[in-house]
Structures are given as structure tokens and as C-alpha cells.
Design a binder for this molecule. Structure first.
Ligand code: G
Ligand code: G
Ligand code: MN
Ligand code: NA
Length: 250
């Protein structure tokens, strides 16, 4: 198919790039990391969302070289940031189940000089249901390197709770759909508070995705949610703003 063909050449044609969205502590406003998000500026048709092309790349296997490129690009960029700032990289189920995944990550860390503890990989639950044993082996290998693992889009997948128990996660990212109107929607509020309780009980920090309004932010801070990400806190951008604290006059 045409998109498949173009995807195979997208990297050598320099059409892929990464944008970075800040992840901030909600108590101090401090930026603690950035999530790398892939962008494809395809010749002639312009920007295509990863939601459209990642599934095509997964089906064709092109996700393996593309995912390696993303990981290397993100680590190379993050190595130029201050020591306390991490980078989070989305990893597709196909990549996670690829035999040399952990070896590839180790090679990339060595090549870019990024300390392993400044890399976090974000995994969705679909990555885990495919082959639980293989996923567990891969996550253990990754964690043995010192890389952290976050559960992405928590609450939208399958068997979230049993996956939290079965896999060695370091962070829970609550899906943005629960954060939307959390300040006015009692159901969303109840669910978010429950997830924060699970995080506290398990000793895992919780990140709220898709924070868009100051009311949502206030609700989350009042409930002691540790970390937030969303348009209110910062848009994904090619240019990374490394100011340690938001300026008081903003
Ligand atoms: O901004 P946004 O449109 O970037 O992302 C849409 C979807 O694509 C999200 O589910 C996001 O996790 C996913 N995505 C973005 N970048 C990457 C990437 O580098 N690799 C993978 N596997 N998924 C990505
Ligand atoms: O699935 P994942 O969480 O990796 O993807 C993050 C997606 O959420 C990206 O598409 C990113 O552009 C998008 N995103 C980031 N912040 C916001 C936000 O505040 N609101 C909405 N609607 N989407 C957001
Ligand atoms: Mn993500
Ligand atoms: Na997510």
C-alpha cells in the first residue's frame, strides 16, 4: 500500500520529527520530564497523525526501525537537557515483543550517553495482553537496565488492575478522558480519586494526562496528584523550554 511504502522511506527522507510535551510536578510547577511525540510531515500530503500511521507501521513491521529512530532521537535530545529532566518514549506492542528490544535500548543509551534512569518508556495495556510472558520478560530486561516503565492511558484498556499487579510499573498515567471535566463530573472525579488511591497504596506516582483547564488542575493538586501533562501545562513543541520553574509574573 502507498502509505506503507512511504513510511519505509520517511526517515531517510527526513520527514519524521519529534515534539516534546512537558510533564510537571503539580505542587511546585517544576518540569520533571518531556514526552516525545512522533510527527510525520509526509511529502505532498502534509502532517499525518501517529494515530493514523502507527497502526500501518505496526502491521508492516516498519514500526521497528521507526521506533528505534524515535528512541535514539529522543535519547540524543534528552542527553543535552539538565540532569534532573527525563524523557518519556512511547513504545508500541510490536516493538516490545521484538526479540532484541532491550538490547536495542541498551545500545542506544550507550551511543547517546543518556543515563538509563533518565529514560522512561510508556506502554499501553494492549502491549501486555498480546503475550503476557513475553511482555514480562521484556519489561524485566528494560528495568534491569535502570529504565523506568509507565503504564500509559490507564483505565482505557483491558484488566488494568491485574496488569498493575503482574507488571513492574514505576508510574501510572491516567487517561485524559477521565481528566476532562474532572472538576464538574462526579463520576470522573470518583474514578480519578480511586486511581490516586491505588497509586498511593502501591507507592506509584500518578500522572494526569490531558490537563486543559485551571479547574482540572486545581482539583488534581487538591487531591495530591503528583504530576500533570496537557495543553494547560504545555503544548507539544519542537523547541523545549528548560526553565526550571514557571516565572512568577506569568
Ligand atoms: O499527539 P498525538 O497525536 O501525538 O499522539 C497520538 C497517538 O500516537 C498517541 O496514542 C500516542 O501515544 C501515539 N504516539 C505518538 N508518538 C508515538 C511514538 O513515537 N511511538 C508510538 N508507538 N506511538 C506514538
Ligand atoms: O496516548 P498518549 O498519551 O501517548 O498520547 C498523548 C496524546 O495526547 C497526544 O496525541 C498528545 O498530542 C495529546 N494531548 C496532549 N495534551 C493534551 C490535552 O491537554 N488535551 C488533549 N485533548 N490531548 C492532549
Ligand atoms: Mn504516551
Ligand atoms: Na496516554
Amino acid at each position: 500500500r502507498i502509505m506503507e511504502h512511504d513510511l519505509r522511506h520517511a526517515i531517510s527522507r527526513d520527514e519524521m520529527s519529534l515534539v516534546y510535551q512537558p510533564q510537571k510536578r503539580l505542587d511546585t510547577g517544576e518540569t520533571i520530564g518531556f514526552e516525545a511525540l512522533l510527527r510525520w510531515n509526509r511529502a505532498e500530503s502534509g502532517n499525518i497523525s501517529p494515530a493514523t500511521f502507527i497502526p500501518v507501521a505496526e502491521d508492516s513491521g516498519a514500526i521497528v526501525p521507526i521506533g528505534r529512530w524515535v528512541m535514539e532521537e529522543a535519547c540524543r535530545e534528552a542527553a543535552t537537557w539538565p540532569d534532573h529532566i527525563s524523557v518519556a518514549v512511547n513504545v508500541s506492542p510490536v516493538q516490545l515483543h521484538y526479540a532484541s528490544f532491550a538490547h536495542d535500548v541498551r545500545t542506544i543509551l550507550a551511543r547517546t550517553g543518556l543515563p538509563a534512569n533518565r529514560l522512561e518508556i510508556e506502554i499501553t495495556e494492549t502491549a501486555l495482553v498480546r503475550d503476557m510472558n513475553r511482555a514480562l520478560i521484556a519489561l524485566r530486561q528494560i528495568k534491569a537496565l535502570g529504565v523506568r516503565v509507565a503504564m500509559d492511558d490507564f483505565g482505557t484498556g483491558y484488566s488494568s488492575l491485574s496488569n498493575l499487579r503482574a507488571f513492574p510499573f514505576d508510574k501510572i498515567k491516567i487517561d485524559g478522558s477521565f481528566i476532562r471535566s474532572v472538576d464538574t463530573n462526579p463520576q470522573a472525579a470518583t474514578i480519578v480519586k480511586a486511581v490516586l488511591g491505588i497509586g498511593r497504596g502501591l507507592g506509584l506516582p500518578v500522572l494526569a494526562e490531558g490537563v486543559e483547564t485551571s479547574e482540572e488542575l486545581k482539583f488534581l493538586a487538591d487531591e495530591f496528584c503528583q504530576i500533570g501533562q496537557g495543553y494547560l501545562l504545555g503544548r507539544p513543541s519542537h523547541r523545549v523550554d528548560l526553565a526550571p520553574l514557571p516565572a512568577a509574573h506569568h
